[in-house]
Design a protein around this ligand. Structure first.
Ligand code: ZN
Length: 360
């Protein structure tokens, strides 16, 4: 299998993400033990994550690891091992809570604690966040304000289709900025494709385990043709088919444990077939492509429930409304976009950016 490179296909924006949690971190079932019982349960994270790390090493892939704070504070050396291996460390919150269940105050504390713990361990800013169970809904969209307020720069919690927990079925399908009370938050939603108008995924968790490689490949072709990034998400327990089982309901058992044996061969196939990046590297590639191709970057204004289309010079010229207000907003977004580019990239795009800002 020949691995495609960004130069052979400029549309390649692929990112491998791992939600680092243990086998008992399953959501929203009475069969799941409370946090006070977690320390007494067998932990399999070290063995499973080590398996992941050697797999990624053998495939020369760098991934983004969304660590649960509770687990990170018990496995500090393992966090550092992931960091030393060149993977991006991001946050999956502290106690695997659903924002819409715990409310604004507890959610803020949970995600701020996780950020602090991970920053103390790694000595570096933690820029990315993913909510447990992709558990952000339209009704709990205050969560985006809280995520930005807590200091995260990007979020990867939106599942742009219907699902058990969370899911924002009318979310844009590619990355976009969310205008929160504390500034613009970059949102990188999960990858979904439309089949007969219905949005579905083949690219993570149970979806990846159920789909055949042929279906996954078909889905990836559709994503890339639409300029949507490929975001794959997996859990360490999915590389461990013999992990203990929780007494879940039949449907949850199916979703959580079906085809666990297929995760490893599918992951190997994915990594051998597509060039995977960390989420930060992928974002940088993606934003560069906006500059290079003058594409439109959507900005979602919360509570107005619509996507505005601020973005490139081309669209500004044709927009009929207040140019000054528009320019101020555009500059804010540009500044956020620039924060994801490294110094060399910024230098090479400085001229283009100046042309944009001086012409409006
Ligand atoms: Zn999780």
């Amino acid at each position: 299998m020949v691995r495609q490179t960004p130069s052979s296909n400029g549309k390649m924006f692929s990112c491998l993400t791992i939600d680092v949690e243990d086998w008992f971190h399953i959501l929203d079932s009475p069969a799941v033990p409370d946090i006070q019982h977690w320390p007494s349960l067998e932990s399999r994270i070290e063995k499973n994550l080590d398996h992941f790390l050697s797999l990624l090493d053998s495939l020369s892939v760098k991934a983004t690891l969304f660590w649960l704070g509770w687990l990170a504070e018990r496995h500090k050396d393992l966090v550092r091992k992931c960091q030393d291996a060149g993977h991006e460390i991001a946050s999956h919150g502290y106690a695997h809570v659903l924002a819409y269940q715990v409310g604004r105050k507890a959610f803020r504390r949970d995600i701020s604690d996780a950020k602090q713990i991970l920053e103390d361990i790694t000595g570096e800013p933690i820029r990315g966040f993913r909510a447990a169970g992709f558990g952000i809904t339209e009704k709990a969209d205050w969560a985006f304000d809280v995520i930005k307020e807590a200091g995260y720069e990007y979020d990867s919690s939106v599942f742009p289709a219907s699902r058990g927990h969370g899911g924002i079925p009318n979310s844009p399908l590619g990355p976009y900025f969310i205008e929160t009370r504390s500034g613009h938050l970059l949102e990188i939603p999960m990858s979904v494709v439309k089949i007969w108008g219905y949005r579905t995924s083949f690219f993570g968790g149970g979806y990846l385990r159920l789909a055949t490689i042929r279906t996954i490949k078909w889905g990836i072709d559709r994503l890339l043709a639409a300029n949507q990034p490929l975001i794959v998400y997996v859990h360490p327990r999915e590389l461990d088919p013999h992990h203990p089982r929780l007494p879940l309901s039949l449907i949850r058992k199916f979703k959580s444990y079906v085809n666990l044996n297929s995760t490893l061969p599918k992951l190997k196939w994915l990594c051998e077939s597509y060039p995977f990046y960390t989420m930060l590297q992928m974002v940088e590639n993606y934003i560069k492509s906006f500059y290079l191709n003058s594409r439109v970057i959507p900005v979602l204004r919360l509570r107005e429930n619509r996507v505005s289309d601020y973005s490139t010079l081309r669209s500004i010229r044709t927009l009929p409304f207040d140019r000054d207000a528009f320019r101020d907003r555009l500059l804010l977004v540009e500044r956020e976009m620039a924060s994801f580019l490294n110094v060399t990239t910024l230098h090479s795009h400085a001229t283009a950016e100046m042309e944009v800002t001086s012409s409006v």
